[in-house]
Design a protein around this ligand. Structure first.
Ligand SMILES: [Zn+2]
Ligand SMILES: [Zn+2]
Length: 145
């Protein structure tokens, strides 16, 4: 039974337990929230101490699932340092981004198209990772703004 919305009672999205939601927007119980904080800090520390670690390395070193790490990136909680091989993809065009759900270019287009219907939160708009110089040379030659 879905009890969401009744007197602040929700199902925890993590463990499914019914709990009283005291104003946190993430429908997550206290226990899972604490665990989540712990895992998040593990991942964050690991990535900053090991800037060249891949997603797989990070997952196996911290014991946190790859999917969870990606979700930290998607909701903008975690930002990948420059030169890290970790990145995620723009949900709209598939470009590599360091965090968030869509790239800056798509954010511009989408916010123009949808105007007030959809506001994209700033934390969901991710920068592209730095490109190798050959890439920039190949793709920027011929384009003058
Ligand atoms: Zn829970
Ligand atoms: Zn995009």
């Amino acid at each position: 039974m879905n009890v969401e919305g009744v007197d602040g009672i929700s199902n925890c999205i993590q463990c499914g337990k019914i709990f009283r939601n005291l104003g946190n927007s993430f429908n997550i119980c206290q226990k899972c929230k604490e665990l989540d904080e712990e895992e998040f800090n593990l991942v964050k520390d690991y990535i900053y101490e090991n800037p060249f670690a891949t997603l797989k390395n990070t997952a196996s070193a911290t014991g946190v699932k790859v999917m969870r790490i990606q979700s930290y990136l998607k909701n903008g909680r975690l930002m990948i340092p420059d030169n890290s091989p970790i990145f995620i993809n723009c949900e709209n065009c598939g470009a590599s981004i360091k965090y968030g759900r869509i790239c800056i270019e798509c954010a511009k287009i989408l916010s123009k198209e949808m105007k007030k219907e959809m506001s994209i939160e700033e934390c969901q708009i991710g920068e592209c990772p730095k490109r190798d110089s050959w890439y920039t040379t190949v793709f920027s030659s011929g384009f003058t703004k």
